[in-house]
Design a binder for this molecule. Structure first.
Ligand code: M6R
Length: 609
């Protein structure tokens, strides 16, 4: 994900910017760049690739200057390339900016600016900001006013670092929805998107709030609220060391990413839920195309396959279109029936999984239309798909996928609703409810995460358990499959997921006193049946843990322990049930002393078949 570093002071800015950016490398990025005011002019160097590529380029250039901004980019709009890298400058090179976040209304702003004669050099949403700033600066003749005028026009999220040739001592910062901090030094100050970038220089920081703009000189920091009133802030003292700061204070990336989920969902939904339609501009499948499709496959691997199973149910229920799901490694060798009326939906966090990519190529060769649901921008699957839905979960580092999965499921729900709207299968009223529920989803997840201490405590009760069975019905069964995979991956405990009614057809023979049965109980129409299935397990001496919605009294009859989640409707409640399962898997692994971020035998991206 993108990173920002900025400096103003007496030292050479270049090495401080490079050092700051390199401390943000763990977040992942595809290009890097810097702008420095050097001999009265802004000098910008930006390169696709690692920071070392950038360093190589600037090594022999004499870029001496005491004020500058730097950026590592993780592509969202436009492929990774030199021209799309930040900083972006206005046409005469007198203003330079770096940006994290997404400008939602950039297409409209870009069209307006083009009509005013502005020329765009990149495919990014960011470039509109620098041209807009140029426009207002020429009008307002004052950089502070121009920044505020610009921000008033922007919809979306941003953390911005700005330098202007006419203000050679002033670094400008602005924030809304994307983190940005100001590091306070002696005769020098910094900006950064995250603490590690400045920890080598200072532990004193100001945390910018949404809507605030800061004008920063080497010995003066002025912060303004959105109404241009000066605000006084308390300095925050950082107490973390470098390693924990990179994980945002969490002990492991897996836990950090579990806690990232409210933001990942917000980002996935950002700008997509409109009043009476869903804005997925890289999907060009309309009613006519949908009516012409004779077969829909959903194909993926591992966790992404589990998200695909949820997608099947969403599309079948909302659109009435039958869907076949398959794991990618099987799909290719099952002689799938594919022609030019087939739609193949593939899900992948990395966008590079070899089996999934091979399925894409096979289906494409036979004429199918490919819709990719992908997290990594510019990845192979993203490039080869005809239609694209980015999950926008941000960088996922832990091998065990958590926030990417939740974003994939939410994306499949968006897709199913998009198709249903196109086909006229759901009314505007239905869609209004979908929207309201999705908008509440990040808040519901936050509420569940607040209970993480309880789940940690609970997990300790099961330290001697030898095997874990996850059972559920309907969508809950698919959540069981993901919960079981997560536990296996990180704790190495033996675990299986079964449709609850299937247990007595064989697997029940395995149940003993050292077995734990986790019953996911959100599907109302099969609740009583699930409770009976749990009774059957209890009768064999197994421990019973259930995840269910508040006010479910019937489950109390059978469960030894219950984790409650909010009720958010038939399709969204199961997504919530997955969050405690992720935490449970994590804490079980910790209890057993496992290396959760790097589980044995597993790789983050499986690029071999
Ligand atoms: O990058 P992908 O989403 O294509 O990866 C697919 C699987 O390899 C992945 O989901 C794997 O199962 C994870 N380790 C699950 O946590």
């Amino acid at each position: 994900m993108c990173g920002i570093a900025g400096y103003v002071g007496n030292k050479e800015a270049l090495s401080i910017l490079i050092n700051g950016l390199s401390k943000l490398e763990y977040r992942g990025y595809d290009s890097a760049g810097i702008s420095i005011i050097c001999d009265g002019n802004i000098k910008t160097v930006k390169k696709k690739g690692r920071i070392s590529v950038l360093e190589e380029f600037v090594k022999n250039d004499k870029i001496n200057g005491h004020i500058g901004i730097g950026h590592t980019r993780w592509a969202t709009h436009g492929e990774p390339s030199d021209k799309n890298s930040h900083p972006h400058t206005n046409t005469d090179g007198s203003i330079s900016i770096v940006h994290n976040g997404i400008i939602e209304n950039y297409i409209k702003l870009r069209d307006d600016l083009i009509s005013k004669g502005y020329k765009f050099l990149s495919d990014t949403d960011t470039e509109v900001v620098v041209h807009l700033l140029d426009y207002y600066y020429k009008k307002d003749k004052n950089i502070k006013d121009a920044v505020f005028s610009t921000l008033n026009q922007i919809e979306g999220t941003y953390a911005l670092g700005i330098i202007c040739k006419d203000y050679p001592d002033t670094l400008i910062a602005a924030r809304k929805g994307s983190p940005l901090i100001i590091g306070v030094g002696e005769n020098e100050n910094f900006i950064a998107s995250d603490v590690p970038a400045i920890l080598n220089y200072t532990k004193k920081i100001y945390l910018l709030d949404d809507g605030e703009v800061a004008l920063i000189n080497k010995d003066l920091i002025l912060i303004y609220d959105k109404n241009k009133n000066e605000v006084k802030k308390d300095i925050f003292e950082v107490t973390w060391d470098m390693e924990s700061a990179e994980k945002g204070g969490f002990e492991h990336f897996m836990l950090k990413e579990i806690f990232d989920q409210p933001k990942a969902i917000k980002d996935t939904l950002l700008g997509r839920l409109k009043n009476d339609y869903i804005n997925l501009d890289e999907i060009k499948i309309d009613k006519q195309i949908l009516e012409n499709i004779n077969r829909v496959y959903i194909v993926a691997c591992g966790t992404a396959y589990h998200a695909g199973l949820m997608g099947k149910k969403f599309i079948e229920s909302l659109c009435g279109i039958p869907v076949i799901t398959d794991v990618a490694s099987e799909f290719r060798y099952n002689n799938p029936i594919i022609d030019n009326k087939t739609l193949l939906i593939v899900l992948s966090q990395s966008g590079e999984t070899a089996d999934t990519l091979a399925a894409v190529r096979l289906a494409k060769e036979k004429g199918a239309r490919i819709l990719g649901v992908v997290n990594t921008v510019g990845s192979s699957i993203a490039r080869e798909a005809d239609d694209l839905l980015y999950t926008l979960a941000g960088l996922e580092i832990a091998v065990a996928s958590t926030k990417a999965y939740t974003s994939q499921v939410v994306s499949m729900y968006l897709l199913a609703n998009l198709f249903a709207l196109e086909l006229g299968k759901i009314s505007k009223n239905d869609f209004e409810n979908v929207k309201l529920t999705l908008e509440k989803l990040p808040g519901y997840i936050e509420d569940i995460l607040k209970e993480s201490d309880k789940i940690e405590k609970l997990s300790k009760e099961y330290i001697n358990i030898k095997n874990v069975f996850y059972i559920g019905r309907g969508l809950d069964y698919f959540i069981c499959k993901e919960g079981s995979l997560k536990l296996k991956e990180v704790s190495y405990l033996y675990s299986e997921a079964y449709p609850a009614g299937e247990l007595k057809h064989g697997p029940i023979a395995l149940l003993q006193e050292d077995s734990l049965v986790i019953g996911i109980a959100t599907c109302e129409n099969t609740m009583e049946k699930l409770v009976s299935n749990l009774q059957e397990c209890k009768a064999r001496g197994s421990k019973i843990l259930s995840i269910t919605t508040e006010n479910n009294n019937i489950i109390k009859k059978v469960a030894d322990n219950i984790i409650y989640i909010p009720y958010a409707g038939e399709f969204i409640t199961p997504i919530l049930a997955n969050i405690p399962l992720q935490l449970f898997a994590y804490y079980m692994a910790i209890n057993l002393g496992r290396d959760v971020d790097k589980p044995r035998n597993l790789a983050k991206s499986v690029t071999v078949e």
